[in-house]
Design a protein around this ligand. Structure first.
Ligand code: SAM
Ligand code: SF4
Length: 363
């Protein structure tokens, strides 16, 4: 995505700009544009900060201090924000996430409401999959288009060690049910942890290829609740690629990347032959794709974040619960987006990990 293609003048070009851009410089545009010429069309909505797993790289064993229900947006408030985002702000795609979004009772109703909008967004869900085998058809009927299911290992003992719950079978049946319900292409998100499951990259890919799932490896990011992330411990995209190449032949996938963070590869056997599937590697840390970012985020308690790594938020809940009309809410969202920073800055010496962990922001 380039500034020229969007017709949005690039006001600033220097990554690392720390000053907020003057609002007076914002061109008149209904969309969610920022001062680097990017436009957000993809909205990530966290539906809850709660979870029924305790992945070691995400949450402590005892869980976190969950937000009180009164602070969470209601189904109606979420529905209103989705309508404003699609009607007034140019949002075309919505991903529901969390915490664990399947814990949100009103999820089918939220999906149905969004599916009935005149500018119906594409809707997908990122989930750990627990319970999805019973509900995939219900979500598809409500209007959900696709799912991403998180699975870091196909070994039962490792699944227990990583998630602190013995629920591998649930995830395996969720994958099958999602595909049968037409929620495809079903994608698998996997995070590799050094010394834990980093030897399993090729096995995971073989499993995904056999099942017809699209696997995406995600570099581990400094968003854990315990602030234990160390760059030197992170399994890099380059390492993942090298490991996969010992068992498969990978070549760049021809279709355009279209703002997607995953670098996609066609997968063949090392002896050649037909393409067996594709695999994505999301190098969020080692090869950031911030310049192409088309996202805006909404937390379950109604805060807009322009980036996973934002250290500030814009409160839409207070407007929803006050007397603000739709245009006031839309304008507040536009102003928040105008102040989006160029990048996450993980490599900057003054980088500070956000106070909220991934589970509370919405991954
Ligand atoms: N609970 C759902 C799930 O696990 O799919 C949705 C929320 S979870 C935060 C979304 C994705 O973020 C999962 O695929 C998870 O593996 C990933 N994730 C969590 N913490 C991460 C981290 N520190 N770095 C990279 N990915 C992370
Ligand atoms: Fe829960 Fe997802 Fe975090 Fe795992 S990664 S603890 S499933 S929110």
């Amino acid at each position: 995505m380039t500034a020229i293609a969007l017709g949005v003048p690039v006001i600033r070009t220097a990554p690392g700009d720390s000053e907020l851009p003057p609002l007076a410089d914002r061109p008149i545009s209904p969309g969610l544009i920022d001062s680097y010429g990017r436009r957000a069309s993809d909205l990530r909505i966290s539906l809850t900060d709660r979870c029924n797993l305790r992945c070691t790289y995400c949450m402590p064993a005892e869980g976190l201090d969950w937000a009180p229900t009164s602070e969470l947006l209601s189904d109606e408030e979420i529905g209103r924000l989705i309508r404003i985002a699609t009607e007034r702000l140019g949002i075309e795609e919505i991903r529901f996430t969390g915490g664990e979004p399947l814990l949100r009772k009103g999820l089918p109703a939220i999906i149905r409401t969004a599916a009935a909008l005149p500018n119906r967004p594409m809707m997908s869900l990122t989930t750990n999959g627990l319970g999805l085998h019973r509900r995939a058809a219900e979500f598809a009927a409500a209007g959900l288009d696709r799912v991403n299911i998180s699975l870091d290992t196909i070994r039962r003992d490792r699944y227990l060690a990583i998630t602190r719950r013995d629920r591998l079978d649930d995830v395996l049946s969720a994958l099958v049910a999602a595909q049968e319900a037409g929620l495809g292409p079903v994608k698998i998100n996997a995070v590799l942890l050094r010394g834990v499951n980093d030897d399993e990259a090729a096995d995971l890919l073989a499993f995904a290829v056999d099942g017809g799932y699209q696997l995406r490896f995600i570099e581990q990011m400094p968003l854990d609740a315990g602030h234990q992330w160390h760059r030197s411990e992170m399994v890099t995209a380059e390492e993942i690629h090298a490991t996969l190449a010992t068992r498969f032949a990978l070549s760049p996938h021809r279709a355009p990347r279209e703002g997607s963070p995953a670098e996609l590869f066609d997968v063949r056997s090392r002896s050649g032959g037909d393409v067996l599937g594709t695999v994505g590697v999301i190098a969020s840390v080692s090869k950031p794709f911030c310049g192409d970012c088309d996202r805006t985020r909404l937390t379950s308690d109604g805060q807009v974040r322009t980036c996973l790594f934002s250290t500030s938020e814009t409160d839409l809940r207070v407007l929803l619960r006050g007397s603000a009309d739709d245009e006031e809410i839309a304008e507040t969202w536009r102003i928040a987006m105008w102040g989006k920073r160029f990048g996450h800055g993980i490599d900057n010496p003054d980088f500070r990990q956000p106070d909220r962990p991934m589970s509370a922001i919405g991954g």
